[in-house]
Design a protein around this ligand. Structure first.
Ligand SMILES: [Zn+2]
Length: 459
């Protein structure tokens, strides 16, 4: 790699910016970022003869990674709701999300990925780790998402969330979809095995998932103890908890991605840390669903676990997510370390970089893939490595995103996608939302219930 970079012929440069070279630990320099093909080749002075893009007065940061997203929810904003209001997390799934996912067809999957992917990119998120469900349109669903994100120029790690809730045949189809996609994913997309959550998976399906993941050499992306109902269900299956059940089954490996981890005891957190699995906190989603506060969110570096950040489908803005998550952590513990957002965002990039064979993803170093965000940032104070986190939490915003590069290509320039007509995407999304909402209206609340759920009587 190093030899290749030295021999690469620079083709363009982003000139005159303050550059955040790395988040953890922070490195900040004033320099030109020199590019060749899909790579950063130098952070220093642009050589003569290259195409220069003026970035004076801007801040260049590594592209953000959303480590847990549900792009299928992109057209749910403002949708009508006529059933009795849900008062537990299980009811939120039964009455909202497990109705929406059954209403998805191929056209809606594409429109959701287009809208959600564009929103993420415009917010400075260059990589999306997605967890997809469409139980009545499983086969080929990951290809639709991959092709749509590739069209926009978004890097991705995709999976289908396998579940028994719509029957064992659909669980088997979900496993098959993941296996098919893992072997064919290329370009900006990679695949892994996906699973919904312990409480919607029987032992046999869990075993098949683990066998498939091992066979393909990939990890499993799964929700873990998002609500107390997941733990209640595990107890009803005569194990100590979700973490023990998943560990016994072989889910918890150093390639696994575990979303939430809200209802976990300290011993379970350490058990997760020992496996090397990555935990993804989604603080805005947890607050919105009133499921509780993930201890992984507020502990320094997560009790030995690697902790990243996701949105759980609440858009693709990691500036907003990292700021809200930091404030939530500070509310729980005012001694929350200042590097909190930067460490977590760097973990997300590390995970995505492992999946893409790109160890420098999430940095602006020579040899890194050029996934960069240029922010119009008229700062009132200097930006340094020492105070970067202060700017991140109190100053930066997705509204400042001017340009976005992914794999060296300018995919957002002067706040507009260079790949798609944004007005057309908006019109297509609005039309598709009407169609999706109408189909969803015909679908009743899901009748799947966990084996046990103490929240039914608690709330
Ligand atoms: Zn989720």
């Amino acid at each position: 790699m190093a030899a290749d970079i030295r021999q690469a012929v620079p083709s363009s440069a982003l000139c005159g910016a303050t550059v955040v070279v790395a988040l953890d630990p922070p490195e900040v320099v004033t320099a030109d970022v020199v590019l060749a093909g899909d790579r950063v080749v130098e952070v220093g002075s642009a050589p003569p003869g290259v195409r220069r893009r003026d970035c004076t007065g801007t801040l260049i940061v590594p592209g953000n990674v959303c480590a847990h997203h549900h792009l299928y929810s992109a057209l749910s904003r403002g949708m009508p709701y006529r059933l009795a209001p849900p008062v537990t997390f299980t009811e939120i799934l039964q009455r909202v999300w497990w109705r929406l996912d059954r209403a998805l067809d191929e056209q809606a999957i594409r429109a959701s990925a287009l809208r959600g992917g564009l929103d993420a990119l415009r917010a400075g998120t260059t990589t999306i780790v997605d967890h997809h469900a469409s139980p009545y349109a499983i086969d080929g669903s990951l290809d639709i998402i991959a092709e749509t994100l590739d069209q926009l120029g978004v890097r991705s790690v995709l999976c289908y969330e396998v579940s028994d809730r719509d029957g064992l045949d659909r669980a088997a189809a979900g496993i098959a979809e993941n296996r098919r996609f893992v072997t064919r994913a290329d370009g900006l997309a990679r695949g892994m095995m996906g699973a919904h959550a312990s409480f919607t998976l029987c032992d046999a399906t869990l075993e098949q998932l683990v066998d498939a993941a091992r066979g393909d050499g990939v990890g499993i992306h799964i929700h873990v103890a998002e609500d107390a109902a997941d733990q209640d269900d595990a107890h009803a299956r005569a194990v100590h908890g979700v973490v023990e059940r998943l560990d016994r089954a072989g889910v918890l490996t150093d390639r696994a991605l575990l979303a939430h981890g809200v209802h976990v005891a300290p011993a379970e957190m350490h058990a997760v840390g020992d496996t090397g699995a990555t935990v993804v906190c989604n603080p805005r989603s947890n607050m919105n669903n009133a499921v509780g506060h993930s201890p992984f969110n507020h502990l320094g570096r997560g009790a030995g676990a690697r902790v990243a950040l996701g949105t759980d489908g609440i858009g693709g803005d990691l500036f907003a997510e990292s700021q809200v998550g930091f404030f939530r952590a500070r509310e729980a513990d005012v001694a929350t370390p200042g590097d909190w957002p930067l460490v977590r965002l760097a973990e997300g990039a590390r995970f995505a970089g492992d999946m893409h064979g790109e160890p420098l993803l999430g940095t602006v170093r020579p040899g890194a893939p050029a996934d960069l965000v240029v922010l119009d940032y008229p700062t009132p104070t200097p930006v340094t490595a020492e105070n970067l986190v202060g700017h991140w939490v109190f100053g930066l915003s997705s509204a400042q995103v001017r340009d976005v590069l992914v794999a060296g290509e300018l995919v957002v320039a002067d706040r507009r996608s260079t790949r798609v007509d944004e007005a057309e995407v908006a019109a297509e999304g609005a039309a598709e939302a009407e169609r999706l909402w109408a189909r969803m209206e015909e679908i009743p609340a899901h009748d799947f219930t966990p084996m046990a759920d103490s929240t039914r009587s608690r709330r």
